[in-house]
Design a protein around this ligand. Structure first.
Ligand SMILES: [Zn+2]
Length: 458
Protein backbone atom coordinates (compact mmCIF):
# COMPACT_ATOMS: atom_id res chain seq x y z
CA UNK A 1 0.00 0.00 0.00
CA UNK A 2 2.81 2.31 0.84
CA UNK A 3 4.32 1.90 -2.62
CA UNK A 4 1.03 2.82 -4.23
CA UNK A 5 0.85 6.10 -2.31
CA UNK A 6 4.41 6.82 -3.25
CA UNK A 7 3.65 6.39 -6.94
CA UNK A 8 0.79 8.86 -6.63
CA UNK A 9 3.15 11.46 -5.16
CA UNK A 10 5.74 10.79 -7.85
CA UNK A 11 3.08 11.53 -10.44
CA UNK A 12 2.81 15.14 -9.31
CA UNK A 13 4.35 17.85 -11.39
CA UNK A 14 6.00 21.01 -10.26
CA UNK A 15 5.49 24.56 -11.48
CA UNK A 16 7.66 27.17 -9.73
CA UNK A 17 7.30 25.75 -6.29
CA UNK A 18 3.83 24.46 -6.95
CA UNK A 19 2.80 20.85 -7.30
CA UNK A 20 -0.50 19.39 -8.18
CA UNK A 21 -2.14 16.17 -9.21
CA UNK A 22 -1.97 15.62 -12.94
CA UNK A 23 -4.59 17.80 -14.59
CA UNK A 24 -4.76 20.21 -11.68
CA UNK A 25 -3.51 23.74 -12.30
CA UNK A 26 -2.34 26.15 -9.65
CA UNK A 27 -2.46 29.78 -10.69
CA UNK A 28 -0.89 32.51 -8.61
CA UNK A 29 -1.77 36.19 -8.74
CA UNK A 30 0.53 38.58 -6.92
CA UNK A 31 0.59 42.32 -6.44
CA UNK A 32 3.55 43.91 -4.69
CA UNK A 33 3.11 46.35 -1.84
CA UNK A 34 2.95 49.40 -4.09
CA UNK A 35 0.16 47.98 -6.24
CA UNK A 36 -1.99 46.08 -3.75
CA UNK A 37 -5.37 47.70 -3.05
CA UNK A 38 -8.37 46.44 -1.07
CA UNK A 39 -10.47 44.01 -3.08
CA UNK A 40 -7.83 41.57 -4.39
CA UNK A 41 -8.01 42.66 -8.02
CA UNK A 42 -5.17 40.35 -8.94
CA UNK A 43 -3.78 39.30 -12.30
CA UNK A 44 -4.70 35.73 -13.37
CA UNK A 45 -6.82 34.92 -10.32
CA UNK A 46 -10.51 35.81 -9.91
CA UNK A 47 -11.38 38.24 -7.09
CA UNK A 48 -13.07 36.75 -4.01
CA UNK A 49 -16.64 35.73 -4.84
CA UNK A 50 -19.34 36.99 -2.47
CA UNK A 51 -21.30 33.77 -2.98
CA UNK A 52 -19.35 30.51 -2.85
CA UNK A 53 -19.58 27.16 -1.10
CA UNK A 54 -17.12 28.16 1.61
CA UNK A 55 -19.59 30.76 2.92
CA UNK A 56 -21.76 27.93 4.24
CA UNK A 57 -18.86 25.72 5.32
CA UNK A 58 -17.74 25.03 8.87
CA UNK A 59 -14.11 25.94 9.41
CA UNK A 60 -12.17 24.27 12.20
CA UNK A 61 -8.60 24.20 13.41
CA UNK A 62 -7.54 20.56 13.36
CA UNK A 63 -4.09 21.23 14.77
CA UNK A 64 -2.20 24.39 15.77
CA UNK A 65 -3.24 27.63 17.47
CA UNK A 66 -4.88 30.75 16.14
CA UNK A 67 -2.90 33.91 16.79
CA UNK A 68 -4.98 35.95 19.30
CA UNK A 69 -4.07 39.14 17.41
CA UNK A 70 -5.96 37.86 14.38
CA UNK A 71 -9.65 37.70 13.64
CA UNK A 72 -10.01 33.91 14.05
CA UNK A 73 -10.97 31.22 11.53
CA UNK A 74 -14.37 32.72 10.79
CA UNK A 75 -12.57 35.49 8.92
CA UNK A 76 -11.64 32.98 6.23
CA UNK A 77 -15.17 32.55 4.97
CA UNK A 78 -17.03 35.69 6.06
CA UNK A 79 -16.80 37.53 2.75
CA UNK A 80 -15.04 40.42 4.48
CA UNK A 81 -11.69 41.48 3.09
CA UNK A 82 -8.87 43.34 4.79
CA UNK A 83 -8.85 47.10 4.26
CA UNK A 84 -5.08 47.30 4.06
CA UNK A 85 -1.83 45.36 4.00
CA UNK A 86 -1.49 44.92 7.75
CA UNK A 87 -5.01 44.30 8.99
CA UNK A 88 -4.76 41.47 11.53
CA UNK A 89 -8.39 41.50 12.60
CA UNK A 90 -9.59 40.82 9.06
CA UNK A 91 -7.30 37.81 8.70
CA UNK A 92 -6.69 34.41 10.18
CA UNK A 93 -3.13 33.36 10.96
CA UNK A 94 -1.52 30.66 13.06
CA UNK A 95 0.17 31.79 16.24
CA UNK A 96 3.44 33.71 16.07
CA UNK A 97 6.40 31.43 16.53
CA UNK A 98 4.44 28.28 15.67
CA UNK A 99 5.20 26.14 12.60
CA UNK A 100 1.68 26.56 11.18
CA UNK A 101 -1.20 24.15 11.54
CA UNK A 102 -4.10 22.41 9.88
CA UNK A 103 -7.50 23.77 8.94
CA UNK A 104 -10.54 21.81 7.85
CA UNK A 105 -13.44 23.09 5.80
CA UNK A 106 -16.62 21.04 5.98
CA UNK A 107 -18.94 21.82 3.07
CA UNK A 108 -21.79 20.02 4.84
CA UNK A 109 -22.28 17.48 2.06
CA UNK A 110 -20.40 15.99 -0.87
CA UNK A 111 -20.15 18.55 -3.66
CA UNK A 112 -18.46 18.77 -7.01
CA UNK A 113 -15.59 21.15 -6.28
CA UNK A 114 -14.37 23.07 -9.31
CA UNK A 115 -12.00 25.56 -7.79
CA UNK A 116 -10.38 26.39 -4.46
CA UNK A 117 -9.10 29.95 -4.21
CA UNK A 118 -7.12 31.38 -1.32
CA UNK A 119 -6.27 35.02 -0.64
CA UNK A 120 -3.68 36.60 1.63
CA UNK A 121 -2.21 40.06 2.21
CA UNK A 122 0.70 41.33 4.27
CA UNK A 123 3.62 43.68 3.49
CA UNK A 124 6.27 41.12 4.49
CA UNK A 125 6.83 37.40 4.88
CA UNK A 126 3.28 36.89 6.14
CA UNK A 127 2.04 37.59 2.61
CA UNK A 128 3.09 34.49 0.65
CA UNK A 129 1.16 31.24 0.99
CA UNK A 130 2.62 27.81 1.75
CA UNK A 131 0.19 24.91 2.17
CA UNK A 132 -0.77 21.46 0.99
CA UNK A 133 -4.42 20.98 0.09
CA UNK A 134 -6.07 17.63 0.74
CA UNK A 135 -9.67 16.66 0.08
CA UNK A 136 -11.99 13.85 1.07
CA UNK A 137 -15.55 12.63 0.83
CA UNK A 138 -15.22 11.55 4.44
CA UNK A 139 -16.76 8.18 3.63
CA UNK A 140 -13.72 5.87 3.65
CA UNK A 141 -13.43 3.36 6.46
CA UNK A 142 -9.90 4.64 7.20
CA UNK A 143 -11.04 8.29 7.23
CA UNK A 144 -9.51 10.36 10.01
CA UNK A 145 -11.47 13.61 10.22
CA UNK A 146 -8.75 15.38 12.24
CA UNK A 147 -5.27 14.18 11.29
CA UNK A 148 -2.74 15.92 13.50
CA UNK A 149 0.52 17.38 12.22
CA UNK A 150 2.92 14.50 11.75
CA UNK A 151 0.14 12.26 10.44
CA UNK A 152 0.12 11.94 6.67
CA UNK A 153 -3.45 12.73 5.61
CA UNK A 154 -2.93 10.65 2.47
CA UNK A 155 -2.66 7.61 4.77
CA UNK A 156 -6.04 8.22 6.40
CA UNK A 157 -8.65 8.86 3.78
CA UNK A 158 -7.51 12.17 2.28
CA UNK A 159 -6.33 12.85 -1.26
CA UNK A 160 -3.51 15.31 -1.95
CA UNK A 161 -4.85 17.88 -4.41
CA UNK A 162 -2.11 20.51 -4.57
CA UNK A 163 1.06 21.77 -2.98
CA UNK A 164 1.27 25.52 -2.90
CA UNK A 165 4.33 27.66 -2.21
CA UNK A 166 4.26 31.26 -3.44
CA UNK A 167 7.41 32.41 -1.63
CA UNK A 168 10.08 33.92 -3.82
CA UNK A 169 13.76 33.07 -3.36
CA UNK A 170 14.34 36.79 -3.85
CA UNK A 171 13.50 38.08 -0.36
CA UNK A 172 12.61 41.59 -1.54
CA UNK A 173 9.80 40.19 -3.71
CA UNK A 174 7.97 38.59 -0.79
CA UNK A 175 5.04 40.51 0.56
CA UNK A 176 1.95 42.13 -0.89
CA UNK A 177 -1.26 40.55 -2.01
CA UNK A 178 -1.54 36.93 -3.13
CA UNK A 179 -4.30 34.91 -4.70
CA UNK A 180 -3.98 31.21 -5.45
CA UNK A 181 -6.48 29.42 -7.65
CA UNK A 182 -6.47 25.62 -7.70
CA UNK A 183 -8.58 24.21 -10.51
CA UNK A 184 -8.88 21.53 -13.14
CA UNK A 185 -9.40 23.17 -16.51
CA UNK A 186 -10.96 19.98 -17.85
CA UNK A 187 -13.70 19.87 -15.28
CA UNK A 188 -13.79 19.52 -11.55
CA UNK A 189 -11.18 18.84 -8.92
CA UNK A 190 -13.41 16.09 -7.64
CA UNK A 191 -16.37 15.35 -5.41
CA UNK A 192 -15.55 16.23 -1.83
CA UNK A 193 -17.15 17.15 1.45
CA UNK A 194 -13.98 18.04 3.37
CA UNK A 195 -10.94 20.14 2.51
CA UNK A 196 -7.82 20.05 4.67
CA UNK A 197 -5.25 22.84 4.49
CA UNK A 198 -1.91 21.73 5.88
CA UNK A 199 -0.48 25.21 6.40
CA UNK A 200 3.23 25.90 6.88
CA UNK A 201 4.92 29.09 7.94
CA UNK A 202 6.81 30.90 5.19
CA UNK A 203 10.02 31.37 7.19
CA UNK A 204 11.36 30.67 10.67
CA UNK A 205 13.95 33.43 11.03
CA UNK A 206 11.62 35.19 13.44
CA UNK A 207 8.19 34.48 14.87
CA UNK A 208 6.37 36.22 12.05
CA UNK A 209 6.23 33.71 9.25
CA UNK A 210 2.59 32.69 9.55
CA UNK A 211 0.61 33.93 6.59
CA UNK A 212 -2.24 36.43 6.96
CA UNK A 213 -4.98 34.43 5.22
CA UNK A 214 -7.85 36.71 4.30
CA UNK A 215 -10.33 34.49 2.54
CA UNK A 216 -10.90 30.98 1.21
CA UNK A 217 -13.35 30.48 -1.65
CA UNK A 218 -14.69 27.14 -2.79
CA UNK A 219 -16.39 27.17 -6.16
CA UNK A 220 -18.66 24.15 -6.34
CA UNK A 221 -21.44 23.13 -8.66
CA UNK A 222 -24.65 22.38 -6.90
CA UNK A 223 -24.20 25.05 -4.26
CA UNK A 224 -27.21 27.29 -4.31
CA UNK A 225 -25.63 30.64 -5.05
CA UNK A 226 -26.67 33.35 -2.66
CA UNK A 227 -27.51 36.46 -4.66
CA UNK A 228 -24.63 38.88 -4.17
CA UNK A 229 -26.97 41.85 -4.17
CA UNK A 230 -28.47 40.66 -0.89
CA UNK A 231 -25.25 41.37 0.93
CA UNK A 232 -25.33 44.85 2.42
CA UNK A 233 -22.18 46.81 1.67
CA UNK A 234 -20.15 46.67 4.83
CA UNK A 235 -17.00 48.37 3.69
CA UNK A 236 -16.39 51.40 1.53
CA UNK A 237 -13.48 53.60 0.60
CA UNK A 238 -13.42 57.36 0.11
CA UNK A 239 -10.67 59.60 -1.16
CA UNK A 240 -9.53 62.60 0.83
CA UNK A 241 -10.28 66.05 -0.58
CA UNK A 242 -6.75 66.34 -2.01
CA UNK A 243 -7.01 62.89 -3.61
CA UNK A 244 -3.90 61.70 -1.81
CA UNK A 245 -5.31 59.22 0.67
CA UNK A 246 -7.89 56.42 0.68
CA UNK A 247 -9.95 55.96 3.82
CA UNK A 248 -11.65 52.59 4.16
CA UNK A 249 -14.47 52.35 6.68
CA UNK A 250 -15.70 48.93 7.73
CA UNK A 251 -19.09 48.61 9.41
CA UNK A 252 -19.50 44.83 9.11
CA UNK A 253 -19.84 44.52 12.88
CA UNK A 254 -21.90 47.69 13.21
CA UNK A 255 -24.42 47.80 10.34
CA UNK A 256 -26.53 50.31 12.32
CA UNK A 257 -23.75 52.87 11.76
CA UNK A 258 -23.30 52.23 8.05
CA UNK A 259 -25.37 55.19 6.85
CA UNK A 260 -23.85 57.52 9.44
CA UNK A 261 -20.33 56.40 8.54
CA UNK A 262 -20.99 56.97 4.87
CA UNK A 263 -22.99 60.20 4.99
CA UNK A 264 -21.55 61.99 8.02
CA UNK A 265 -18.22 60.61 9.15
CA UNK A 266 -16.50 59.94 5.82
CA UNK A 267 -17.02 63.45 4.36
CA UNK A 268 -15.59 65.09 7.51
CA UNK A 269 -12.51 62.86 7.53
CA UNK A 270 -12.00 63.32 3.79
CA UNK A 271 -11.91 67.07 4.36
CA UNK A 272 -9.95 67.09 7.63
CA UNK A 273 -7.20 64.59 6.84
CA UNK A 274 -5.29 66.86 4.41
CA UNK A 275 -5.59 69.68 6.95
CA UNK A 276 -4.08 67.51 9.66
CA UNK A 277 -1.29 66.50 7.27
CA UNK A 278 -0.60 70.20 6.66
CA UNK A 279 -0.33 70.87 10.40
CA UNK A 280 2.11 68.02 11.03
CA UNK A 281 4.78 68.03 8.32
CA UNK A 282 8.41 67.07 8.74
CA UNK A 283 11.38 66.84 6.39
CA UNK A 284 11.05 63.97 3.94
CA UNK A 285 7.79 62.74 5.47
CA UNK A 286 4.84 61.61 3.39
CA UNK A 287 1.65 60.96 5.31
CA UNK A 288 -0.01 57.53 4.92
CA UNK A 289 -1.87 57.23 1.61
CA UNK A 290 -4.33 54.79 3.09
CA UNK A 291 -5.88 54.05 6.45
CA UNK A 292 -8.83 52.07 7.71
CA UNK A 293 -11.47 52.55 10.36
CA UNK A 294 -13.27 49.53 11.77
CA UNK A 295 -16.40 50.14 13.81
CA UNK A 296 -17.39 47.36 16.18
CA UNK A 297 -18.65 46.78 19.69
CA UNK A 298 -15.74 46.73 22.14
CA UNK A 299 -14.52 48.30 25.37
CA UNK A 300 -13.22 51.86 25.50
CA UNK A 301 -13.65 54.47 22.80
CA UNK A 302 -11.10 53.98 20.03
CA UNK A 303 -7.47 53.25 19.33
CA UNK A 304 -5.08 53.61 16.45
CA UNK A 305 -2.34 51.19 15.57
CA UNK A 306 -0.27 52.26 12.59
CA UNK A 307 -2.74 52.96 9.80
CA UNK A 308 -5.58 51.12 11.43
CA UNK A 309 -8.24 52.76 13.59
CA UNK A 310 -10.69 50.67 15.59
CA UNK A 311 -13.59 52.39 17.32
CA UNK A 312 -16.33 51.25 19.67
CA UNK A 313 -19.62 51.29 17.74
CA UNK A 314 -21.73 51.17 20.91
CA UNK A 315 -20.09 54.30 22.31
CA UNK A 316 -20.21 56.05 18.93
CA UNK A 317 -23.91 55.33 18.65
CA UNK A 318 -24.53 57.00 22.00
CA UNK A 319 -22.51 60.04 20.84
CA UNK A 320 -23.83 60.59 17.31
CA UNK A 321 -24.92 64.10 18.27
CA UNK A 322 -21.95 64.57 20.57
CA UNK A 323 -18.39 63.42 20.30
CA UNK A 324 -18.57 60.64 17.70
CA UNK A 325 -17.03 62.46 14.74
CA UNK A 326 -14.57 64.49 16.83
CA UNK A 327 -13.22 61.35 18.46
CA UNK A 328 -12.38 59.95 15.03
CA UNK A 329 -10.75 63.22 13.97
CA UNK A 330 -8.56 62.69 17.05
CA UNK A 331 -7.69 59.16 15.81
CA UNK A 332 -6.97 60.51 12.31
CA UNK A 333 -4.36 62.78 13.94
CA UNK A 334 -2.70 59.65 15.33
CA UNK A 335 -2.58 58.18 11.82
CA UNK A 336 -0.74 61.28 10.61
CA UNK A 337 1.50 61.60 13.67
CA UNK A 338 3.37 58.33 12.99
CA UNK A 339 5.28 58.70 16.24
CA UNK A 340 4.99 55.10 17.42
CA UNK A 341 8.18 53.73 15.96
CA UNK A 342 10.72 54.69 18.58
CA UNK A 343 10.36 52.19 21.35
CA UNK A 344 7.64 54.05 23.23
CA UNK A 345 10.06 56.80 24.27
CA UNK A 346 7.86 59.62 23.07
CA UNK A 347 5.79 61.20 25.84
CA UNK A 348 2.22 59.94 25.66
CA UNK A 349 0.86 63.19 27.07
CA UNK A 350 2.25 65.16 24.08
CA UNK A 351 0.96 62.57 21.60
CA UNK A 352 -2.56 62.66 23.06
CA UNK A 353 -2.40 66.39 23.77
CA UNK A 354 -1.53 67.04 20.13
CA UNK A 355 -4.42 64.89 18.89
CA UNK A 356 -6.82 66.77 21.16
CA UNK A 357 -5.26 70.14 20.30
CA UNK A 358 -5.92 69.61 16.60
CA UNK A 359 -9.33 68.22 17.30
CA UNK A 360 -10.59 70.88 19.72
CA UNK A 361 -8.72 73.99 18.58
CA UNK A 362 -8.48 73.42 14.80
CA UNK A 363 -11.36 71.13 13.84
CA UNK A 364 -14.11 72.09 16.23
CA UNK A 365 -13.24 75.23 18.22
CA UNK A 366 -16.98 76.05 18.21
CA UNK A 367 -17.54 73.07 20.54
CA UNK A 368 -15.38 74.69 23.25
CA UNK A 369 -14.20 71.25 24.30
CA UNK A 370 -10.79 72.23 25.68
CA UNK A 371 -10.78 75.99 26.01
CA UNK A 372 -11.65 78.31 28.89
CA UNK A 373 -15.37 77.58 28.49
CA UNK A 374 -14.65 73.92 29.16
CA UNK A 375 -12.19 74.63 31.96
CA UNK A 376 -14.84 76.72 33.71
CA UNK A 377 -17.17 73.74 33.69
CA UNK A 378 -14.52 71.50 35.26
CA UNK A 379 -15.03 71.00 38.94
CA UNK A 380 -11.35 71.02 39.59
CA UNK A 381 -8.47 72.38 37.50
CA UNK A 382 -5.34 70.47 38.41
CA UNK A 383 -3.02 72.75 36.50
CA UNK A 384 -0.81 69.87 35.44
CA UNK A 385 0.25 70.70 31.89
CA UNK A 386 1.15 67.04 31.30
CA UNK A 387 -2.28 65.66 32.25
CA UNK A 388 -2.66 64.69 28.57
CA UNK A 389 -5.68 65.00 26.28
CA UNK A 390 -7.69 68.23 26.65
CA UNK A 391 -5.63 69.70 29.45
CA UNK A 392 -2.42 69.34 27.48
CA UNK A 393 -4.30 70.52 24.38
CA UNK A 394 -5.12 73.73 26.23
CA UNK A 395 -1.49 74.06 27.34
CA UNK A 396 -0.21 73.50 23.79
CA UNK A 397 -2.63 76.10 22.48
CA UNK A 398 -1.44 78.54 25.12
CA UNK A 399 2.24 77.94 24.27
CA UNK A 400 1.41 78.28 20.56
CA UNK A 401 -0.27 81.64 21.11
CA UNK A 402 2.24 82.98 23.56
CA UNK A 403 5.63 81.62 22.57
CA UNK A 404 5.85 79.66 19.35
CA UNK A 405 3.04 79.15 16.84
CA UNK A 406 4.85 76.07 15.46
CA UNK A 407 5.46 74.29 18.75
CA UNK A 408 3.01 71.45 18.01
CA UNK A 409 4.46 70.87 14.53
CA UNK A 410 8.03 70.90 15.80
CA UNK A 411 7.43 68.58 18.74
CA UNK A 412 5.63 66.10 16.51
CA UNK A 413 8.40 66.19 13.90
CA UNK A 414 10.95 65.40 16.61
CA UNK A 415 8.84 62.55 17.99
CA UNK A 416 8.34 61.16 14.48
CA UNK A 417 12.09 61.22 13.85
CA UNK A 418 12.93 59.77 17.26
CA UNK A 419 14.81 62.88 18.37
CA UNK A 420 12.40 64.21 20.97
CA UNK A 421 14.11 65.51 24.08
CA UNK A 422 12.75 67.64 26.91
CA UNK A 423 15.36 70.32 26.08
CA UNK A 424 13.40 71.06 22.87
CA UNK A 425 10.97 73.15 24.90
CA UNK A 426 13.71 75.60 25.92
CA UNK A 427 15.16 75.46 22.45
CA UNK A 428 11.90 76.64 20.89
CA UNK A 429 10.47 78.88 23.63
CA UNK A 430 13.41 79.82 25.90
CA UNK A 431 11.68 78.08 28.81
CA UNK A 432 11.46 74.53 30.09
CA UNK A 433 8.14 72.69 29.99
CA UNK A 434 7.74 72.95 33.81
CA UNK A 435 8.43 76.72 33.61
CA UNK A 436 5.90 77.12 30.82
CA UNK A 437 3.48 74.91 32.76
CA UNK A 438 3.71 77.06 35.88
CA UNK A 439 3.16 80.23 33.87
CA UNK A 440 0.21 78.68 32.02
CA UNK A 441 -1.32 77.46 35.28
CA UNK A 442 -1.12 80.89 36.89
CA UNK A 443 -2.60 82.49 33.79
CA UNK A 444 -5.51 80.02 33.60
CA UNK A 445 -6.20 80.23 37.32
CA UNK A 446 -6.37 84.01 37.09
CA UNK A 447 -8.90 83.69 34.30
CA UNK A 448 -10.90 81.09 36.20
CA UNK A 449 -11.00 83.13 39.40
CA UNK A 450 -14.53 84.16 40.29
CA UNK A 451 -14.99 87.61 38.94
CA UNK A 452 -15.63 90.10 41.70
CA UNK A 453 -18.69 92.18 41.32
CA UNK A 454 -17.28 95.15 39.59
CA UNK A 455 -18.43 98.30 38.05
CA UNK A 456 -18.66 98.24 34.28
CA UNK A 457 -15.41 99.25 32.72
CA UNK A 458 -15.14 102.78 31.57
ZN1 LIG B 1 -5.54 59.25 21.32
Amino acid sequence: MKTQKYILVAGLFAVVGLMARAGVTITVGHLGNDDARPGFKLPNVPPPAPANAARNAKVAIVDGDSDPAGGGVDRLTDGQLPGQADDPEQNFFFNAGSPGGRLRLDLGNIQTVRQVNTYSWHPGMRGPQVYDLYASTGTGTDFNIAPQMGTDPAMCGWRLVARVDTTSPNASENGGQYGVSIADPDGALGKFRYLLFDVSRTEQLDGFGNTFYSEINVIASGTPAAPAAMEPPTQFTVKTADGKCDITINTAAAPELQAWAHDRLAPVLAEQYPKIVAILPSAGFTAPDHFSITLKPMGGVAYTSGNRVVANSVWLKSELKGEAIGSLVHEAVHVVQQVGGHGGENPGWIIEGTADYIRWFKYEPQSHGADLVWLRRLRHFSGHYDDSYRITANFLNWVSEKYDPNIVTQLNAAMREGTYDASLWSHFTGKTAPELGAEWKADIEAQLAPTKASAPEK
